[in-house]
Design a protein around this ligand. Structure first.
Ligand SMILES: [Zn+2]
Length: 391
């Protein structure tokens, strides 16, 4: 595949010294390093994948490095987001990441986008870069990144992580499939837990993030065999990497022969259905606040509080008196026989999405006065008992 960028005119003496271990690799050499110097790479997200990706892209001498993130550094990020440190807690991630990049390599021109990537800015921002590294953790943004990249004709390096499992690929519609060819539809809401819900082994981020940087460098310099049309699957417990072929789908609505998606979707959140329609319907008029739950408990109401999260989440923090029945038991129906007929059912989860899904099932089973707690245990900690830990 041809190199993505033309070489810069020259390297300075400082640059030659700094990058000497690259320069003596014949495949990289002067020409490759000059291409990296001229390269403009955007990293979407300065989180688990963005952290190692930005650190190594900076060290490698990518001339212009953009970082977009709207979030601030939280203590629970530090277990894996190694570009941030203790003193960065509370600081915008984009700024904290940019400071680390400058410390590693002052020759890099860092562009800070301290904002959310949205339909309104994604095309304009992407158009300023040669290559995108996608380190996002949610499906709505992934589809938006893919659609924008395909519409702009740009390649991007995708990665995803969950517990001990990681995946990576390069999507470049001009030369291979796009993300929609691999995953035509987002998973049903609530089916695939996020890292916040399911956890992730910190070092897994480095394994996948480094694959992403490796592919980025190959694409920029035109060396090796990029991960276009292949999906890399990493299992940290078995310790193996597999790669499977991903074919371009000729019927792909975005990059196929007769595309029906010719511009960004209006609403990616809705496309990915953050909460299903059934759940939204069930929750409407049947959502209480954490403070309301507390007052019901305090006055001794006849309620049955059910935590639908997973056991390890329950162990970290739970609402006093809540009984643990994980969501899976509602999905397979086994939870229903455990529900008391003479008490009002109150469901909660971490933030309210899973409990809304379960609420729909419970109401369908005839518990018409059941409710769920909007904002879940996170809202309980925030508004009722801030001494409890969050995750
Ligand atoms: Zn496609």
């Amino acid at each position: 595949m041809p190199p993505l960028v033309e070489p810069a005119a020259e390297l300075t003496v400082d640059e030659v010294r700094r990058y000497s271990r690259h320069l003596i690799i014949p495949d990289v050499g002067m020409a490759g390093q000059k291409r990296l110097k001229n390269a403009r790479v955007l990293c979407v997200g300065a989180g688990g994948l963005g952290s190692p990706a930005l650190l190594y892209l900076a060290a490698a001498g990518v001339g212009t490095l953009g970082v977009i993130d709207f979030d601030v550094v939280d203590e629970s990020n530090l277990q894996r987001q190694v570009i941030h440190g203790q003193s960065d807690v509370g600081r915008p991630k984009a700024e904290s990441a940019a400071a680390s990049v400058r410390e590693i390599n002052p020759l890099v021109d860092v562009v800070v986008h301290n904002e959310a990537l949205t339909n309104d800015n994604v095309m304009e921002i992407f158009s300023r870069y040669d290559l995108i590294v996608d380190g996002t953790d949610n499906f709505a943004t992934r589809y938006m990144v893919n659609d924008a990249a395909v519409l702009l004709g740009k390649p991007y390096v995708w990665g995803s992580i969950y517990r001990f499992d990681g995946q990576a690929s390069v999507f470049w519609a001009e030369h291979g499939p796009c993300y929609r060819c691999l995953y035509p539809e987002p998973p049903p809401p609530g089916m695939v837990p996020s890292c916040a819900e399911g956890g992730v082994l910190g070092v897994l981020c480095a394994s996948i993030g480094s694959i992403q940087v490796n592919e980025a460098i190959k694409l920029l310099t035109g060396i090796g065999d990029p991960l276009v049309g292949r999906l890399m699957i990493y299992d940290a417990l078995e310790m193996n990497y597999r790669s499977v072929k991903v074919r371009k789908d000729p019927e792909c609505p975005l990059c196929g022969k007769n595309p029906t998606i010719t511009q960004l979707l209006d609403d990616y959140e809705a496309f990915c259905g953050a909460v299903s329609e059934e759940a939204q319907e069930a929750a409407s008029g049947s959502t209480i606040t954490a403070a309301e739950l507390k007052s019901w408990q305090d006055r001794g109401d006849d309620i049955y509080v059910i935590d639908v999260r997973e056991p390890n989440e329950y162990e970290i923090v739970s609402i006093p008196g809540a009984v643990l029945i994980p969501k899976g038991e509602f999905l397979n129906g086994s939870a229903l026989e455990r529900l008391p007929q003479d008490k009002k059912i109150v469901l909660h989860c971490k933030s309210g999405a899973r409990s809304a899904e379960c609420l729909a099932i419970v109401k369908n089973a005839g518990f018409s006065d059941a409710v769920h707690v909007g904002g879940g245990v996170l809202s309980w900690v925030k508004t009722v008992d801030p001494s409890l830990p969050t995750y």
